[in-house]
Design a protein around this ligand. Structure first.
Ligand SMILES: Cc1ncc(COP(=O)(O)O)c(C=O)c1O
Length: 437
């Protein structure tokens, strides 16, 4: 038995894998990974895969990055973890200070969780509790965009609008409203992306005008709705959403769990709309894909509404690993790389070169709506294959690519350290796959 075969068999017997019908692995083998190196993942039998999805959108600077490795090792010999209730430590203080300085608007306090979904739970609870502390107990509702994805714990799933994840658990979820998505692909003849954004904003206006007294917050994925299929939209929507939330006294939660840390071309997507949310949710790329860490940055005004003599007015929420020192040290190393390597500027030039390299793919007769925002490329494939996503995943592996289409949407979200040659290989081999679809 090869080393690969042994690990995948042991994994199938012992591990319940995420987001998976396990029976599918009777015919679609798991991929055991022995080690990572830059943009490549290597299995136990000498095969390699280019990580075109940044290992579920978390990896920014490659696997086994020497600078992040060094920072985490240094931290390991000082302090791995201490509870954050009643205690504090250097990495969490420095990280909070630096995030507050980088974030758009006066987002002066950072509350930590572990995964993205825990940040969403925190933001939803904080928004509700903020209004309660201000005596507005009727504000129990949330509004999200159609096609929104905010994670899969029950609170996060309640503001998620992706049927495959939501429908089974619908009886357990709170019912919250959805408003039209500004997805630029919804343009009708003669409409620009900005027009679609304005049309969607009018839908939000109508909803808030009617229901604002019972709404705690609007939650949005700024500029790109990822899990619904990389729906990209014009920043104008965020400008209008901010205006409308302010006008109707509704809080605005920016879920930048996927879009943050340079993915959309600026450090945070909100910057492209010159917009400051009331809550900024971060995770995924925050540690460069090393360790689970999430964070909610809240405005000083929100923080102040919890600051009181009464314990119950405080935010009595916690997770055991809140503010984990190793994860914070990885996050500090990530911020150092952004600063020292001028990553946002360098990525701008890279994205232009890579888009040019992808031109033959974009022009393929089966490719629809080829689009890019920052370091995210996406398109739909015109195919009759009902099993396209699964087929494409397997076809990618056969060509040394880790692709994970969402339905018929293929996307690239590679680590920023991918070289031009590697991106050319990715685009060229993906074109071969589309040829065969
Ligand atoms: C926009 C957005 N919010 C929340 C989440 C949930 O994050 P996690 O999977 O870490 O719980 C995701 C994950 O893909 C996401 O893309």
């Amino acid at each position: 038995m090869s080393a690969n075969a042994e690990w995948l068999e042991r994994s199938r017997r012992a591990v319940w894998h995420p987001c998976t019908q396990m029976k599918a692995h009777e015919t679609l083998p798991l991929v055991p990974i022995a080690r990572g190196d830059g943009a490549w993942l290597h299995d136990f039998d000498g095969r390699r895969y280019l990580d075109a999805v940044g290992s579920w959108w978390v990896n920014l600077f490659g696997h086994a990055n020497p600078r992040i490795n060094a920072a985490v090792s240094r931290q390991l010999s000082e302090l791995e973890h201490v509870l954050l209730a009643g205690f504090t430590h250097r990495p969490v203080v420095e990280l909070s200070e630096r995030l507050a300085a980088l974030a758009p608007g006066p987002l002066g306090h950072a509350f930590y969780g572990s995964d993205g979904a825990s940040a969403i739970e925190i933001a939803l609870k904080m928004a509700f509790h903020y209004w309660k502390n201000r005596g507005q107990t009727a504000r129990t509702g949330f509004v999200s965009l159609s096609g929104s994805y905010h994670g899969e714990t029950l609170g996060a799933l309640s503001v998620t609008d992706v049927p495959i994840f939501r429908d089974t658990y619908a009886p357990l979820l709170h019912r919250h409203a959805t408003v039209p998505s500004p997805d630029a692909r919804a343009a009708i003849a003669g409409e620009s992306a900005r027009d679609v954004a304005e049309r969607a904003a009018r839908g939000l206006d109508a909803h808030l005008a009617r229901h604002h007294a019972t709404i705690a917050a609007l939650i949005v994925e700024p500029l790109v709705q990822g899990a619904t299929g990389m729906a990209m939209y014009d920043p104008h929507y965020l400008v209008r959403a901010r205006e409308l939330c302010t006008r109707y006294g509704v809080l605005l939660i920016a879920d930048e769990i996927m879009t943050g840390f340079g993915r959309t071309g600026t450090l945070f997507a909100c910057e492209q709309a010159g917009m400051a949310p009331d809550f900024l949710c971060l995770s995924k790329g925050i540690t460069g894909g090393y360790l689970p860490l999430s964070c909610v940055l809240a405005t000083d005004e929100i923080y102040d509404a919890f600051y009181a003599d009464d314990a119950a007015r405080g935010f009595l929420h916690s997770h055991s690993y809140t503010g984990n020192a190793l994860a914070c040290s990885a996050a500090l190393a990530v911020l150092d790389i952004f600063r020292d390597d001028d990553v946002i500027e360098v990525n701008r030039a890279k994205a232009a070169r890579w888009t040019a390299l992808a031109a033959p793919l974009a022009g393929h007769p089966r490719v629809r709506d080829f689009r890019r925002r920052g370091m995210i490329w996406a398109f739909e494939v015109d195919t009759d294959r009902p099993d396209f996503a699964r087929w494409c995943f397997a076809a990618g592996l056969a060509r040394e690519l880790l692709l994970r289409p969402i339905g018929r949407t293929v996307y690239f979200m590679p680590p920023y350290v991918v070289t031009d040659d590697e991106f050319a290989l990715l685009a060229g081999r993906t074109r071969d796959i589309i040829d065969a679809a």
